[in-house]
Design a protein around this ligand. Structure first.
Ligand SMILES: [Zn+2]
Length: 343
């Protein structure tokens, strides 16, 4: 399987995120991608190539122009005030507040375009997130050109980012950008299966009212787990998209037995939909030792996950999302790919 990867992700290395009431070192760190790349090479998964440049237009197919402009200019606005530490939001437009005008100062903009404080913006963030989207787009283009599967080793991840907000370590929604890329190149219907421990709220919201992208997610129950405000089982889609969104919230402590039942049901739905292309939001924070998650999957369970995905029976693009047990993230992510390949 072809992998796409860029070293540019290193330019994004947040110093701190708000966790347990304290600013703590970010769990989303550059070594995550290093461990996955190392494993890809160690098992001989296939060629590893750098990304091509796709420019801003594919980003604007799923994100608002105002949001993309904010991401591009946030650090310059922030540092112009003499601030040298990471930019973080500190106020959010919750129920009853006005969202019909975008603040003109950077603190207001950070709150307007963020859902939480897990999205530090640094001097290199824009370049890193732009290139992460290029990694996904390059893998997409390789498949349009004939590859039957590919692995986009994206960092930062993307599935919490919606059309006009960032959150949960995510800025540009790489999997949504690639899915739209397939549609723009002739695919009629695509599906996204999100196996990250956290609900892919950004991806769901981008495609919620559309029938050309089915979204299926298996994740920690939002009643007790981030992102808390989306990802419940009664979210089926809206308007023409009704029936094309499926959530499987699972309780804390879910092991492979519980997970497999949800995965098997997801696979059944995806087979009925029969997409031209399948994209996988590949998070491996479902692992038993993940420091911020509560599922109990073991290393070998990821091989079985890959076999289930293969059984859906269509060209498949894997897009890296979360996973924070750094020593095991490479083994688990690549196990899904090896399981898919029947190795
Ligand atoms: Zn996650």
């Amino acid at each position: 399987m072809l992998s796409i990867y860029s070293d540019t992700h290193r330019l994004h290395h947040g110093q701190a995120e708000l966790m347990d009431g304290k600013l703590q070192p970010c769990f989303e760190m550059p070594s995550r991608a290093d461990m996955v790349l190392e494993r890809v090479k160690k098992v001989g998964l296939g060629d590893v190539r750098g990304p091509d440049e796709f420019g801003k237009s594919p980003l604007l197919r799923v994100h608002s122009a105002a949001y993309v402009q904010f991401l591009e200019t946030a650090w310059a606005q922030w540092s112009a005030l003499g601030r040298t530490h990471d930019a973080l939001p500190l106020v959010w437009p919750v129920r009853g507040l006005r969202t019909d005008r975008i603040p003109t100062d950077i603190d207001g903009q950070l709150g307007y375009f963020a859902m939480d404080a897990g999205v530090p913006i640094t001097a290199g963030t824009w370049e890193a997130i732009r290139q992460s989207a290029n990694v996904a787009l390059t893998a997409m283009q390789a498949m349009v050109n004939g590859e039957q599967s590919a692995f986009a080793l994206c960092r930062p991840p993307g599935h919490h980012a919606a059309a006009d907000y960032m959150g949960g370590y995510c800025y540009l929604n790489n999997v949504a950008i690639a899915a739209q890329g397939f549609l723009d190149r002739g695919a009629k219907k695509v599906a996204i299966l999100d196996v990250d421990y956290h609900h892919g709220n950004g991806t769901q919201s981008i495609f919620y009212d559309r029938s050309d992208v089915m979204f299926v997610s298996i994740h920690g129950d939002p009643l007790v787990e981030y992102p808390h405000f989306l990802g419940f089982a009664d979210e089926y889609g809206a308007g023409p998209g009704f029936g094309f969104n499926h959530n499987y919230p699972l309780p804390h402590g879910s092991d492979w037995k519980v997970y497999e039942a949800a995965l098997a049901d997801s696979v059944r739905k995806l087979k009925v939909y029969a997409p031209d292309v399948l994209l996988i939001s590949l998070g491996v924070d479902t692992f038993k030792d993940d420091p911020i998650s509560q599922f109990k999957l073991e290393n070998d369970d990821y091989l079985k996950m890959g076999q289930y995905i293969k059984d859906i029976g269509c060209p498949t693009l894997f897009v890296m999302e979360g996973g924070y047990a750094v020593e095991d993230i490479g083994i688990n992510a690549v196990n899904v790919l090896l399981g898919y390949e029947g190795r």
